[in-house]
Design a protein around this ligand. Structure first.
Ligand SMILES: Cc1ncc(COP(=O)(O)O)c(C=O)c1O
Length: 387
């Protein structure tokens, strides 16, 4: 048995070592990460996560309480997305797994291999093509960086397994013409997946706040599945997403017999998985409720507007008018600007193909942080000849 003093010494040495590494990391809490779609988790998520550290939802009969929390979370997301009664949810690690799982179902349902998707699709679709031997049929974008619906015609063929629409694109937070895509998929009886990994916790509240955004959820009759991430605008801890599918019987298509554990069937990709992020996401959802999320989106849109005004004041312009709390700032040398900002402790993402940097106004970004950032951005841009 380890002596207490031995344990304490070892523990202290290990914590010291890990703290040294942790110090190298950027931190969401100080507001200097401006490019990520994740956030500092809500305080209740931190508290709850640790309590569920030993739970394993891959073996749910051992953890019926945590399994119930998972069902409650799925129910919350179903309500958020106006899912019909027959719908069900699959907890996933995030947008990537949500998209993979949706395309797995679409391939099984149709027996086909082609995915029609906008050029702005997240790179998880490249993984899907490689992993499941599927073919990506890319649709060009409009000048507003949304899928050009006029270019879809003729692309849906006898080989189409699924169509993808994005509700909050990774690059610029744009929303594809989802009602139009829904109609065509319904008429053609094609699986229609909506990637709302980022926008799933934004668009419902933009609608409530009176913003002009299209319908995007299961109220559209052609929508087959929606992926949404609690670890993005759901204000919870990584890694947690939910895939909602219109028909619970579709889950059978991605289920196998699980002989040596207590449940008879096991659906989805993962086996062992922690209940920690699930409990954390549910705690945040319950704590905030729909009204709390609405307030967060309202605040994020206010800081987005503020950032826009400040960028304008220093002479920088945006790629497009933002749909949500994601901004693409036009630059001729985005990589150089991002590198210099990083050297000064600020992180933005670079999108060279659009010649811009991406700034995401997550809940922890305040006007004070923007006031701190703007003079540094201005100085950096002047030094590299952008201004
Ligand atoms: C629209 C969209 N889909 C999918 C993903 C992938 O999500 P994750 O990294 O959580 O797997 C992202 C990530 O930013 C995203 O923006």
């Amino acid at each position: 048995m380890v002596m207490t003093s031995d344990y304490n010494k070892k523990r202290n040495d290990i914590i010291k070592e890990l703290t040294t590494f942790k110090k190298i990391d950027y931190s969401f809490s100080d507001g200097h990460i401006l490019g990520s779609m994740c956030s500092a988790p809500h305080p209740i998520a931190r508290e709850v996560y640790i309590k569920f550290l030993e739970t394993n939802l891959g073996d749910p009969e051992l953890f019926p309480g945590t399994k119930q929390i998972e069902s409650n979370l799925i129910q919350f997301i179903k309500e958020l997305l106006h899912a019909p009664k027959n719908a069900t949810g699959q907890i996933v690690s995030g947008g990537t797994e949500g998209n993979i799982t949706a395309m797995w179902i679409a391939k099984k349902l149709s027996g086909k291999k082609e995915i029609i998707l906008p050029q702005s699709a997240h790179f998880s679709f490249q993984k899907i093509a490689s992993l499941m031997d599927m073919k990506l049929v890319s649709v060009p974008l409009t000048k507003q960086y949304t899928l050009d619906f006029t270019k879809v015609n003729g692309k849906i063929t006898k080989d189409t397994a699924a169509v993808l629409g994005i509700a909050g694109s990774t690059e610029l937070g744009t929303i594809d013409p989802l009602p139009e895509l829904s109609d065509i998929c319904f008429d053609e009886n094609v699986f229609f997946h909506v990637d709302a990994a980022f926008g799933g916790f934004v668009i419902p509240f933009l609608q409530k706040l009176g913003y002009d955004v299209p319908e995007f959820d299961f109220q559209l009759k052609g929508v087959s599945s929606i992926a949404v991430d609690s670890h993005k605008m759901g204000y919870s801890a990584v890694s947690l997403g939910t895939l909602i599918i219109r028909e619970d019987k579709w889950l059978d298509l991605i289920s196998v017999e699980s002989l040596y554990i207590s449940v008879k069937k096991h659906a989805g990709i993962l086996g062992t998985r922690s209940g920690g992020p699930v409990a954390a996401a549910y705690a945040v959802a319950k704590y905030l409720g729909m009204d709390g999320y609405k307030k967060i989106v309202e605040n994020c849109m206010n800081t987005t507007r503020y950032m826009q005004e400040k960028l304008d004041e220093i002479g920088l312009t945006l790629i497009i008018k933002p749909t949500m709390n994601v901004l693409g700032v036009k630059l001729s040398k985005p990589d150089i600007v991002a590198k210099r900002l990083s050297e000064n402790g600020w992180r933005v993402n670079t999108m060279n193909h659009l010649s811009c940097i991406r700034i995401v106004l997550m809940p922890q970004i305040t006007k004070e942080i923007i006031d701190e950032f703007i003079p540094i951005l201005k100085k950096t841009c002047e030094e590299v000849g952008e201004l």
